[in-house]
Design a protein around this ligand. Structure first.
Ligand code: M6R
Length: 573
């Protein structure tokens, strides 16, 4: 996750205003920062590795003139946090800032190198500047060049584009990463969130998925994902920061659900070297990933994330894994194998039972690894080593983005363990690393189902009990689904292993009992399908079956494909 700002200014110098906005975006990334302005029409940049203060020092030594510009605060994904990799990236005609992942950057980069472009950074982002530049060379207008480039990008992104010699155009695009447009008095702004533009205006428009915004001093033109002119509501924020932060969303939980393309992308890219398609772990201070066994501990959602990882670690890395709920584990005085390590999963890093379990493991001489979201929390500090999840602050009490960020870090850990144990070849590692990088785009795709999901929620609202079923790694996902329904709607819900249904719980099923099946199209799909038939035979209503299968579709299956996957139910609802 990175922070983006753009200013199409009137008279005030842009550089100090860009820095002011970046200060508000520092929570999104803080390992390097940069700005570019139009000085007499030419693109001029100042960039610095490290905190924003370093950029300010650089600007103090080498000031930038110009009233329009773009800025970026970075959390390194592709390429180390160096000045050379800091944004904006530029050619002499165009400068861009980017937040997100460009999945197809390698093929685009090769194509552009063949066309004579030379690259100055190790980032995926730089291809965007060169792609637009190439389009400009072929005679396209600035708007066309940017739109054509954006349409060629796979992945999840928010982008701002500044053109040399063009004082009246600034372009923004979003797909998976947020982007807001600020409407000022004879000025326009782009920002990763409304907070970024709040020093300049209280009038904000939030771009929707696939939107491209073409800003001039006088107006904002928005094109939707189909290239059609679109109207987006302008919000006026008179309230405090919280109102601004919530943006278009009804509540923080909804906002956090929609942050997942970003938060998973940010976490995954912390561990994936995109150039080499391999996993890079930080120093794990003696935690031996080549060990024979591991225990994975957490509470609630964090425990379910650990249980998903149990399947992955066993199947992909061949590691013997035990998972437990921290409140049980800490009192049962468990015994360990000699060559073992322990993993503690926690959003807050402060959950008392998880902390007590960690302390117990340390007393037993076991190395401890924390998968934690809040830096410097107690679990973070007391563990021997840590794998941060980069979900940012989770305000909603019901975990959403923390869960998927935990899964992201645990997936990277699984691949690293697989390599350490010799269970994965480098080709398999590359395939898995690549699949991980596709996650933000697939989540973006999945979020488009909100209207269908809302319609299903309407049918669930009067249910007394709801069952969630899944097999394999989808079983703990079903447990997590049931937990969410209980917590948020106060409807009784239970998650079951789909194969366990016939051993008792099937007695609960009648036509009043909605059943939610988590059924990815994997090796267990046919078995899950037969469990769905058992449910249908008892008159139960299977409410929804999702099939996100990266390997088979690389995207969400369409209705026709879903119909083929679930012939028994005709059209899945
Ligand atoms: O902060 P932690 O991840 O350690 O919290 C553990 C649980 O309390 C937490 O995951 C809880 O189950 C979820 N917030 C429920 O949505």
């Amino acid at each position: 996750m990175c922070g983006i700002i753009g200013i199409l200014g009137a008279s005030a110098p842009a550089a100090p205003r860009l820095v002011e906005a970046l200060r508000r975006l520092e929570y999104r990334g803080y390992d390097s920062a940069g700005v570019a302005t139009l000085e007499n029409g030419a693109i001029e940049r100042r960039r610095a590795a490290g905190k924003l203060a370093n950029l300010e020092t650089e600007l103090g030594a080498h000031p930038l003139a110009g009233v329009s510009g773009i800025g970026h605060t970075r959390w390194a994904t592709h390429g180390a946090p160096t000045t050379g990799n800091a944004h904006p990236h530029a050619t002499d005609k165009v400068a861009i800032v980017h937040n997100g992942i460009i999945e197809n950057f390698r093929s685009l980069r090769e194509e552009l190198i063949k066309a004579g472009h030379s690259f100055a950074s190790e980032t995926d982002s730089e291809v965007i500047a060169h792609l637009i530049d190439e389009n400009l060379k072929s005679g396209q207008s600035h708007e066309q060049a940017a739109i054509a480039a954006v349409r060629r990008l796979d992945g999840a992104f928010g982008i701002a584009v500044l053109f040399a010699g063009e004082e009246d155009i600034l372009i923004g695009a979003r797909k998976g990463s947020p982007l807001a447009v600020g409407l000022g008095d004879g000025e326009m702004y782009l920002g990763s969130d409304a907070i970024a533009v709040s020093p300049f205006t209280t009038r904000v428009m939030f771009l929707e998925e696939g939107d491209i915004a073409v800003l001039s001093h006088a107006k904002v033109k928005v094109l939707d994902a189909n290239g059609m002119l679109a109207e987006r509501q302008v919000h006026t924020f008179a309230g405090g920061v919280a109102a601004v932060e919530k943006g278009n969303f009804r509540h923080f939980m909804q906002k956090e659900i929609y942050e997942q393309p970003e938060t998973t992308g940010r976490t995954i890219m912390r561990y994936v070297n995109a150039f080499e398609e391999r996993i890079e772990m930080p120093d794990l201070d003696g935690v031996d990933l080549g060990a024979d066994s591991a225990i994975v501990i957490g509470c609630g959602t964090a425990h379910y994330a650990g249980r998903v990882a149990e399947y992955w670690l066993e199947q992909i890395a061949g590691l013997a894994v035990e998972t437990d709920i921290a409140s049980e584990f800490r009192y049962r005085k468990p015994a360990f194998g000699k060559k073992s390590f322990s993993v503690f999963v926690s959003q807050s890093g402060e959950t008392a039972d998880t902390l007590a379990a960690l302390r117990y493991c340390k007393e037993q001489g076991l190395k401890t690894l924390a998968v934690v979201n809040v830096p410097e929390s107690t679990i973070w500090r007391e563990a021997d080593a840590r794998l941060p999840t980069l979900a940012g602050p989770e305000i909603g009490v019901a975990s959403t983005k923390a869960f998927t960020a935990q899964l992201s870090a645990l997936a990277a850990l699984t691949i690293a363990v697989g390599r350490a144990r010799g269970a994965l070849s480098s080709q398999e590692e590359a395939r898995l690393a690549h699949a991980l990088m596709e996650t933000p785009r697939l989540i973006t795709d999945a979020l488009k189902s909100e209207p269908e999901i809302e319609a299903i929620a309407q049918t669930l609202q009067h249910a007394r009990d709801v069952l969630y079923l899944g097999r394999g790694a989808s079983y703990p996902v079903a447990l997590e689904g049931a937990l969410k329904l209980k917590e948020i709607s106060y409807i009784h819900a239970e998650g079951y292993a789909a194969g366990e249904l016939k051993h008792g719980p099937i007695a609960l099923i009648d036509e009043e009992t909605p059943v939610v099946v988590v059924a990815p199209h994997d090796a267990l799909f046919e078995k899950t399908l037969s469990n769905m038939q058992e449910v249908a035979a008892r008159g139960g209503k299977v409410q929804h079956a999702e099939a996100f299968e990266i390997c088979e579709y690389g995207r969400r299956p369409n209705k026709e494909e879903l119909g083929k996957l679930f012939p028994f139910f005709g059209e899945t609802k």
